[in-house]
Design a protein around this ligand. Structure first.
Ligand SMILES: Nc1nc2c(ncn2[C@@H]2O[C@H](COP(=O)(O)OP(=O)(O)OP(=O)(O)O)[C@@H](O)[C@H]2O)c(=O)[nH]1
Ligand SMILES: [Mg+2]
Length: 175
């Protein structure tokens, strides 16, 4: 592998999980976003229809971030974007437990096709009645260290999540 090649990371998860927000919070270059007016009622005006693209430098590495759409009808993009990815961040809104099943389906869809190391980010930790990452880890049947709470609008939180993912990718040995 070319040591100077950018590290490709993918951000996925249900509609409104905070994927676009996360990429915008982290990117050091203007984010290329493909948002369109939502064609159905998803609780907000705009939704990602192709992908978000942002870049940053982390521990001396060039990192490329690709945020996926959340809507199921764009699921072909999940696979396309994950091709060659080094790691995956699956975001779920911690105050929307009704979306956890969908989040699990996305995770299974992606990891069964592209075996990529991942962490789960539980967004909206600044909101009331939000699930604790420890409880979300139980729900997903994952170790606590693989599930991290964050406010996706906070750069420190978002960078911390990426560092956790990079640590996993460095120690990951595919089965
Ligand atoms: N308070 C708070 N708001 C958040 C957080 N993460 C995302 N949001 C807000 O939630 C809304 C939806 O976030 P988006 O980033 O558009 O969600 P998305 O995952 O890209 O959604 P789709 O592209 O439709 O799949 C926006 O208004 C964000 O500002 C968070 O951690 N805390
Ligand atoms: Mg989006």
């Amino acid at each position: 592998m070319n040591p100077h090649a950018p590290l490709k990371l993918v951000i996925s998860g249900p509609v409104g999980a905070g994927k676009t927000t996360f990429v915008q919070t982290l990117s050091e270059t203007p984010v290329l976003a493909t948002e369109a007016e939502a064609s159905e009622d998803i609780g907000k005006a705009n939704t990602t229809v192709a992908f978000d693209f942002g870049t940053l430098t982390l521990a001396g590495h060039d990192v490329h971030l690709y945020g996926t759409p959340g809507q199921e009808r764009f699921n072909f993009m999940w696979e396309v974007l994950c091709e060659g990815a080094l790691g995956l961040v699956l975001l779920v809104a911690g105050d929307r437990p009704q979306d956890f099943t969908h989040a699990r389906n996305i995770l299974e869809f992606i990891t069964s096709r592209v075996p990529v190391p991942f962490v789960i980010g539980v967004t909206r930790q600044d909101q009331p009645r939000v699930w604790d990452p420890t409880d979300v880890a139980l729900y997903f049947d994952l170790p606590e260290t693989q599930v991290i709470g964050l406010n996706a609008t906070r750069p420190d939180d978002a960078r911390h999540l990426l560092v956790c993912l990079l640590e996993r990718t460095l120690t990951h040995h595919p089965a």
